[in-house]
Design a protein around this ligand. Structure first.
Ligand SMILES: NC(=O)c1ccc[n+]([C@@H]2O[C@H](COP(=O)([O-])OP(=O)(O)OC[C@H]3O[C@@H](n4cnc5c(N)ncnc54)[C@H](OP(=O)(O)O)[C@@H]3O)[C@@H](O)[C@H]2O)c1
Length: 272
């Protein structure tokens, strides 16, 4: 991966996931700066990763070729407006703040910035992330490659041509882990009703979910529907369960749920 000096403005969970992924991909630790409000968190980061640390966002941003905005969305205004005197013309800004549009960030920084907006998800903490990326018109091909490599260090990536695609990605993979958790919880609860203790019920569901996900990943040439059909014998137990799901229109429920998440993402863009 190309070695540029990169500063994380806000060094919480998601920033840590990304820089730990970068370090695992042999990124030069001397070129990573973690900026954070709390000192204790920075000491932990220095001890664990040996990267540069600072409580001074301004100094970190000035030094960096790439600035990752990784504070909570509600902090973006305060953090960005303190950086407006910095010349961003030769810097790449990468924002992972949910619900803050590229236009909004450019207006907060008072600059015509090159910006890649990213929607990661929580499994990035385990290098199993799924990130959606959108580049504004000022981002070069080289910058796109850099941003792509950065997020690939914690999982898979998907570019969207239009910024509205970030809201769709939020509703699909951003919020997606919770959909699977909900489904797994429901199976675990029923397993307990069938007489298993909660630990055994959890093992039954987690291993099944993992196995199903691995089957999808390991069979890229098979449609997911084919995998389903292959385990569904006519008149069998799986067919009985699936017909109950269909009778309750599971597909419609999923579709409506994702649409609700996308609408909420659109509303949230107006808040920050
Ligand atoms: N976690 C996810 O799954 C996920 C998914 C998609 C997008 N995101 C986005 O990722 C961003 C970070 O989320 P997170 O989960 O990593 O949150 P987090 O763990 O709370 O991290 C935010 C960090 O920012 C620091 N901070 C707050 N104000 C600051 C300031 N003025 N200057 C410097 N640092 C400051 C906080 O430090 P203190 O604790 O000292 O205040 C904290 O360490 C958010 O914008 C979120 O929307 C997260």
């Amino acid at each position: 991966m190309e070695q540029r000096t990169i500063a994380f403005i806000g060094s919480g969970n998601m920033a840590e996931a990304i820089f730990s992924g970068m370090l695992a991909s042999d990124y030069d630790k001397n070129r990573i700066i973690a900026a954070n409000r709390g000192r204790e968190r920075l000491e932990y980061i220095r001890n664990k990763y040996g990267i540069q640390i600072t409580q001074n966002n301004h100094e970190a941003t000035e030094k960096a070729d790439v600035v990752v905005m990784s504070v909570k969305p509600q902090m973006m205004e305060e953090v960005c407006t303190a950086l407006t005197d910095i010349d961003f013309s030769s810097k790449l800004v990468i924002s992972i703040a949910a619900g803050v549009t590229s236009q909004r960030i450019a207006s907060l920084l008072n600059s015509d910035i090159a910006l890649v907006r990213v929607m990661p998800n929580t499994p990035s903490l385990l290098n199993r992330g799924m990130s959606g990326l959108f580049a504004n018109e000022n981002v070069s091909e080289n910058d796109k490659q850099y941003a792509q490599q950065l997020l690939k260090s914690v999982g898979e990536i998907c570019w969207t041509e239009q910024e509205t695609g970030i809201n769709s990605i939020t509703g699909i993979s951003g919020s997606g882990p919770a959909y699977f958790f909900l489904f797994m919880e429901a199976i675990q609860q029923e397993a307990q009703r069938q007489g298993f203790d909660s630990e055994t019920a959890r093992m039954l569901v987690q291993q099944t979910a993992l196995g199903a996900a691995e089957m999808v990943v390991n069979n890229p040439d098979l449609n997911i529907s084919t995998l389903r059909e292959r385990v569904t014998s006519k008149g069998g137990t799986t067919a009985a369960a699936l017909s109950t799901f269909n009778a309750h229109a599971l597909n419609d429920i999923v579709s409506k749920a994702i649409q609700s998440a996308v609408s909420r993402a659109e509303e949230m863009e107006k808040l920050f």
